[in-house]
Design a protein around this ligand. Structure first.
Ligand SMILES: Cc1cc2nc3c(=O)[nH]c(=O)nc-3n(C[C@H](O)[C@H](O)[C@H](O)COP(=O)(O)OP(=O)(O)OC[C@H]3O[C@@H](n4cnc5c(N)ncnc54)[C@H](O)[C@@H]3O)c2cc1C
Length: 433
């Protein structure tokens, strides 16, 4: 062990991956998580997809217009919990500003590299004998309409330019890929390098691995405060009835990270993005491949013998209530693309509710805190937290141990929206003119 001791706040996929990679580098590590062992978080029953195909960030051209149209439909996959809140207004403004071609171009190769590196680490983990249901069969972007297929073809062309393998398929070619499944689609795009897995099993395997490597995990413990010593260094975390000191700290609390960050004077724009999944235990047909129902924005994943449908993004909703209209929207679209999956398949199912930590530019926050050298921030992964888990954990370990990360992640600097930084950037731009 090194003489470093790292306290990781949060035991979701990001916190556990950080602990795994830190321990592998010989760093003493304690994970503190507010949930019970196996308890819920934003990772547990998500769609389980590893997605090199997702190189377009959420903030992209056309998203604002699409989102506004969806606001009028109660069953649509998107909603904003509108309220008079300056933080939400700023988040919306920044999202708007980043929904540009230039932003997509600058983010795409970074996201591609991070997803592929993460995929490599998932495969290595499975080859070491960890069973978390990894299936390397690719992902199908399924389109019901010719217009939807045209949009996906455009992304497939972009994939081609980025060396991400993508194959555009007509109705018959889609059927040949999964011949036992009845699908009512105009076509789709197959991304053969994408994968799927069982997220609950992954979390359990990561937890066991962390313990096996000598890490400690404290459950049912909420961190309320990060405390500094006399010289201003972060030294300790505190919660009700406990404290733990360390040399380094990692905030990986998912959508709840904001509260702790604010206590340190950091206001990172981030909103919860509530979503749901419904898992049909014994479906009449079980696809081999995972898919995304593109017009409906629903993800479909075989999880063992069950079939999971996941979707909906309710921005600004941090509560655990499931909205019946949005769930109806998921059920309706399932039957629209897979006619054998009838509404009755969903009768009596309990929806899972999870929250994505969503940044306004669709990129995670990953890097050292602006004022605290010994604090790493690793959150804001929105729809990609599972896919980017291992590579994020590895970069956290590099930042803690002071070694170069697998990929330069300056673009993910947690301070990128800070007003002083923005002013300095503008000044530098003016000076260069
Ligand atoms: C419907 C849906 C489907 C999705 N599908 C996919 C997918 O297919 N692929 C993909 O890559 N991503 C997917 N995602 C996104 C992914 O689930 C998230 O990006 C990911 O879960 C974020 O992980 P996290 O570790 O940051 O947060 P979480 O999993 O929420 O973990 C944070 C943990 O921190 C703990 N915590 C918070 N504050 C404190 C505190 N003060 N003290 C102690 N503990 C604290 C919480 O209890 C929690 O356990 C999906 C999300 C949803 C909602």
């Amino acid at each position: 062990m090194t003489n470093r001791k790292t306290i990781v706040i949060g035991g979701g996929v990001i916190g556990l991956c950080a602990a795994w990679r830190l321990l592998e580098r010989g760093v003493e590590t304690v994970v503190i998580d507010s949930a019970a062992p196996g308890g819920n978080n934003g990772s547990r029953e998500n769609a389980g997809m590893i997605v090199p195909s997702h190189f377009v960030p959420l903030a992209a051209p056309g998203m604002m217009a699409k989102g506004l149209r969806w606001l009028l439909d109660r069953e649509s996959p998107f909603a904003i919990r509108v309220r008079p809140d300056p933080a939400l207004a700023r988040w919306g403004w920044l999202f708007h500003r980043h929904s540009t071609e230039a932003h997509v171009r600058s983010a795409a190769s970074l996201l591609r590299d991070l997803h592929f590196e993460s995929r490599r680490m998932f495969v290595a983990l499975a080859e070491e004998g960890e069973d978390f249901g990894l299936a390397k069969r690719g992902l199908l972007m399924l389109c019901k309409s010719a217009r939807g297929l045209q949009d996906e073809e455009e992304i497939a062309r972009m994939a081609d330019g980025l060396d991400v393998r993508a194959e555009v398929l007509d109705t018959d070619a889609v059927a040949r890929l999964d011949p036992d499944i009845t699908m009512d689609v105009a076509g789709g795009v197959h991304y053969p390098d994408d994968c799927h897995l069982n997220p609950a099993r992954l979390l359990d395997r990561l937890r066991e691995r962390v313990l096996r490597l000598g890490g400690e995990i404290r459950h049912d413990a909420v961190v309320d405060e990060l405390a500094r010593d006399g010289s201003g260094w972060l030294r300790e975390v505190r919660g009700y009835g406990f404290s733990e000191s360390g040399t380094h700290f990692v905030i990986a609390g998912g959508f709840r990270s904001g509260r702790l960050l604010r206590s340190l004077g950091l206001r990172l724009p981030m909103q919860p993005g509530k979503g749901y999944s419904l898992t049909v235990p014994d479906p009449p047909q079980l696809p081999r491949l995972c898919s995304i129902l593109t017009e409906a924005k629903v993800a479909v994943t075989p999880v063992g013998g069950a079939l999971r449908f996941a979707g909906t993004m309710e921005i600004g909703a941090g509560d655990d209530r499931a909205n019946p209209a949005r769930l109806r929207g998921i059920v309706r679209s399932a039957g629209g693309y897979f006619p054998e999956i009838k509404t009755a398949c969903f009768d009596g199912l309990k929806p899972w509710v999870g929250h994505r930590p969503v940044t306004p530019d669709g990129l995670p926050y990953l890097g050292r805190a602006p004022r605290d050298e010994n604090l790493v921030i690793a959150t804001g992964h929105a729809m990609m937290g599972l896919s980017l888990g291992p590579v994020t954990g590895d970069i956290v370990a590099s930042l803690v141990t002071g070694t170069p990360p697998v990929r330069d992640v300056g673009a993910l600097d947690p301070a990128r929206f800070s007003r002083t930084k923005a002013k300095a950037k503008a000044k530098a731009g003016r000076a260069a003119e």
